[in-house]
Design a binder for this molecule. Structure first.
Ligand code: CR1
Length: 876
């Protein structure tokens, strides 16, 4: 067991800047270093602390100025409620956004170091899982940059999600001790506390919680780029109402003495605790309610400092629910307005439905949250009661519409039946006539049809009901949180054009029919600060030189002007040299982390994202096995023609996701076999980089030449790394899914390697392929190698291999085998183009030049105008 290297830190008093304008930054750093770290050895880690606390003070000044100004002006704010914020490191971002890089570079030079050296000492704030959390972080950057009044609200998870490590060729999960060295980027607010209750009962219609914790605020300043605006991410920590029960303690009951503290600690320990158990489910809901309740109470309290009448709340606040995790906000806002502030149900509902908006981020059924009524009623009895009332009123309000629809459908059906019957009757009559007989009339028919209609309406209403029966577990009632979100919101949006269509046709069609205007699209974006300017300073400098300005960092549409440079051979040479430099940096990182030595000559081919069957890392792995087999069997002449590749994987598998963990295991096994096979040499290297996170991505993405976004069409809502890769001049191999489609439209589809079936073909194919056996021979050959143990542990991979034939969902559910042949063809096209380095580089430039659309500034501008109605409010 390694001891954790925890620094001892005495947090400095906030804001030490002397306000006299000119400052000696080096002295400031040294001073901060002294009062922040005691007993730590000198070196980059100590220096990091000094720099960070020195920058902290500048951030706090900007933060206080902005917040005071907004408080005075009282503009409408957006509150971005999110279970995840994947912030990554802050130092570089803060220094650059505030335009302090010159000062700090100079100061650090004096101190014998550099920003690059100290930045690596910072631990990632990994309070997120994947794209959804990183999107939230990009959005905060853009909101501040566009001077839009708005805060993020979330949870300060003490151990993040988990740190992924590799042990014996498999993923293991460890706590992520990201707060070990203190956190210079937050400000604790002991004065901002709210009580949050759980359990208990309803007494005389009033909720009396059985358990309470205190939510305490931590503010994380979010500096905008080239603006004085410094926004806020407010994260909640949970404290017990009684930290130590001294009586229990003195009575020797030490467990009971700290029970409250333990319960509070549980809430803010980790993101997404395993919800396979009932306790886990309850804990997740507890977390969701905890941060939502605190955030709403906080917002209302601030609103009431300036206004007395809550009916004006929609003019001052908009709550954007980032996926369904914060959806309990609909019920909690109702409760606060009715039970705490004395409003009528109708007034409360009018306010709620003008204040709350919902973004859907997924169509995967397992991620569309449904809470058992049982769990909700136990943990939040008053909220369950309100949800029932919301549902009853909702269903009553649409009953006529549904009845009308049913009537029409029945009439159409009856007409068809009558027609068929008449035809049959005519036929029978004709036959009877031929035999010389008479036919009797059926008199009971009409009465029966009337009775049927009533049942049909009730049946049809079920499709609209927020409370539904569990289709897998009859008798269990569930609250469909996405439906609650749709009913309670004034706007619902998807995150890429195709996804926003799919949610209308497949997820919420019955709601679209009632209020089509509520549904919108907001194609995702990424901040060009972090994902181009700062993670790839060399490329950024070249872009700035070519365009004669760095204005593209804030106005991404200017990137378009790079296009003519793609035709300039000397520019291409410089572009290529920078890519080589970034590949070298990635190669060095691979060596440091995995020990594998990779050449920088091969094509760098990357797939980094959460591990999931729908993202099809397994298909990529199988293709690499086939590539390996081809190399092994090739003649020297054939080998000479091959395009060598370094193939990098990264991504976490959810701790309870059995199949995903096996996929990680397979990639690691392939990597070990291939990289140690002397026959292969530099023709193929396969690398799994553990603990993929924001900082890893900042090294990986600039070094990529090809990146893989190969989800089964219709399953990836958007993807955002595809945008980051494209902006860094990396090609995309991918399916017609998520934002790939819009990237194709912007870049020109001829520049992407598109393969596989389209979303509209999926359902038919899944049906057709129930007994599919006609596999591509390359697919079969590769799988046979796994089965035969070419990568060790054949038994371990048995069910992964079999998962493609999983009959419970239907054969080849994610259509890996189905798409394999076209995937391999697309890969051949990649190799072919890579041989022509001039053309490859030309198109790489086109990628960067074409994708300014995917700046999150554009996305946020759309949200602000089309959903939030929030105006830029810059400091004078
Ligand atoms: C989607 O899977 C998308 C991000 C951000 C994810 C991904 O395609 O880019 O959201 N969804 O919109 C998600 O995490 C819980 O759902």
């Amino acid at each position: 067991m390694q001891p954790r290297a925890v620094l001892e830190i005495n947090k400095p008093a906030t804001s030490s800047s002397n306000g006299s304008g000119k400052q000696d930054v080096a002295a400031d750093i040294v001073a901060a270093e002294k009062y922040t770290v005691t007993g730590a050895p000198a070196g980059p880690s100590k220096l990091y602390q000094g720099v960070a606390w020195s920058v902290h003070n500048k951030l706090v000044d900007a933060f206080e100025a902005t917040q005071a100004y907004w408080k005075e002006k009282d503009p409408k704010h957006v509150y971005y409620l999110s279970a995840e914020f994947l912030m990554g490191r802050t130092l570089t971002n803060a220094v650059h956004n505030m335009g302090l890089e010159g000062e700090y570079a100079e100061a650090l030079k004096k101190l014998g170091s550099s920003l690059e050296e100290v930045r690596s000492q910072e631990l990632d704030a990994a309070l997120g899982n994947g794209g959804l959390g990183r999107l939230a972080a990009c959005f905060l950057d853009s909101m501040a940059t566009l001077d839009l009044p708005g805060w993020g609200y979330g949870i300060r998870y003490r151990y993040g999600m988990f740190r992924q490590a590799v042990k014996d060729g498999l993923q293991v999960e460890l706590p992520d001790y990201w707060l070990d060295n203190g956190n210079p980027w937050e400000i604790r607010r002991p004065a901002t506390q709210f009580k949050v209750g759980f359990y208990g009962s309803l007494q005389d219609g009033k909720w009396v919680p059985g358990e309470e914790v205190i939510a305490e605020a931590y503010d994380v300043p979010i500096p905008g780029y080239k603006t004085k605006t410094c926004s806020n991410l407010r994260l909640w920590d949970a404290l017990p109402t009684t930290e130590l029960d001294l009586q229990a303690f003195n009575a020797g009951d030490y467990v009971k003495a700290v029970e409250q503290k333990r319960k509070a600690d549980e809430i803010t320990a980790v993101l997404y605790p395993n919800d396979a158990t009932e306790e886990g489910k309850e804990l997740r809901l507890k977390q969701q309610f905890f941060f939502v309740s605190a955030s709403l109470q906080d917002t209302i309290a601030r609103y009431l400092e300036k206004h007395s009448d809550l009916s004006g709340l929609p003019e001052k606040a908009c709550f954007q629910m980032n996926d369904t995790h914060p959806t309990i906000a609909v019920a909690e806002l109702m409760r606060l307005l009715i039970d705490v502030h004395g409003l009528s149900y109708d007034d409360a509902w009018a306010i709620t439905t003008k204040t709350v908006a919902y973004t859907n981020h997924t169509v995967m059924p397992e991620a569309l949250e449904k809470w058992p009524v049982r769990v909700l009623a136990k943990l939040l009895p008053r909220h369950m009661q309100l949800i029932e009332e919301i549902n009853d009123r909702w269903l009553a309000s649409i009953k006529d519409h549904v009845a009308g629809k049913v009537e029409k459908e029945l009439a159409a059906k009856a007409a068809a039946v009558a027609e068929a019957k008449a035809a049959a009757k005519a036929e029978a009559q004709a036959a009877a006539k031929a035999e010389g007989k008479e036919l009797a009339e059926d008199e009971e028919e009409a009465a029966e049809e009337k009775k049927e209609e009533v049942d049909h309406v009730a049946e049809a209403l079920k499709a609209y009901s927020i409370i539904q029966e569990n289709q897998w577990n009859k008798g269990e009632m569930l609250v469909n949180m996405a439906y609650l979100a749709v009913v309670g919101s004034f706007a619902v949006n998807g995150v890429a054009a195709i996804h926003s269509e799919i949610i209308k046709t497949d997820i919420f069609p019955q709601f679209v029919e009632l209020f089509p205007e509520r549904f919108q699209n907001k194609t995702n974006g990424v901040t060009l600060r972090r994902w181009l300017a700062y993670c790839n300073p060399e490329l950024s400098a070249l872009i700035t030189e070519a365009l004669g300005t760095d204005a593209w960092v804030k106005d991404a549409s200017l990137l378009e002007k790079l296009k003519p440079f793609a035709e300039d051979a000397s520019f291409r040479a410089r572009w290529r040299a920078i890519k080589q430099q970034k590949k070298a940096a990635l190669a060095a990182h691979i060596k440091e982390v995995t020990g594998y030595e990779v050449s920088t000559e091969p094509l760098f081919d990357i797939q980094v994202k959460r591990i999931h069957e729908y993202k099809r890392q397994f298909m990529n792995a199988i293709s690499l096995i086939y590539r390996y087999k081809t190399i092994k069997e090739a003649t020297p002449e054939e080998r000479a023609k091959m395009v060598p590749r370094v193939c990098v994987f990264g991504g976490k598998a959810a701790s309870a996701y059995y199949m995903a963990k096996k996929i990680v295991g397979l990639v690691l096994s392939i990597s070990e076999t291939v990289n140690n096979d002397p026959d292969v040499g530099d023709l193929l290297k396969v690398v799994f980089l553990p603990n993929y996170n924001v900082s890893e991505a900042e090294i990986i993405i600039p070094g990529a030449e090809l990146s893989q976004h190969i989800s089964t069409a219709g399953t990836e809502a958007s993807g955002t790394s595809n945008m980051k890769f494209a902006l860094n001049g990396s090609f995309i191999i991918g399916t017609m899914d998520g934002a790939n489609i819009e990237i194709g439209e912007n870049t020109g589809f001829e520049n992407l390697f598109i393969f596989g079936v389209k979303a509209e073909e999926i359902n038919r194919l899944r049906e057709e392929r129930k007994d599919f056996k006609d596999y591509d021979p390359r697919w079969t050959a590769a799988l046979d190698m796994v089965k035969a143990g070419a990568f060790g542990r054949p038994d371990y991979f048995d069910d992964l291999v079999a998962s493609v034939n999983d009959m419970t969902r239907g054969n080849d559910w994610f259509l890996l085998a189905n798409d394999f042949a076209s995937y391999m063809d697309a890969q051949d096209e990649v190799d072919k183009l890579y041989r022509d380095q001039e053309e490859w580089t030309r198109r790489s430039i086109i990628y960067t030049a074409s994708n300014g659309f995917f700046s999150s500034d554009r996305t946020i501008d759309q949200y602000a105008r089309e959903i939030w109605s929030v105006q830029p409010t810059p400091l004078p």
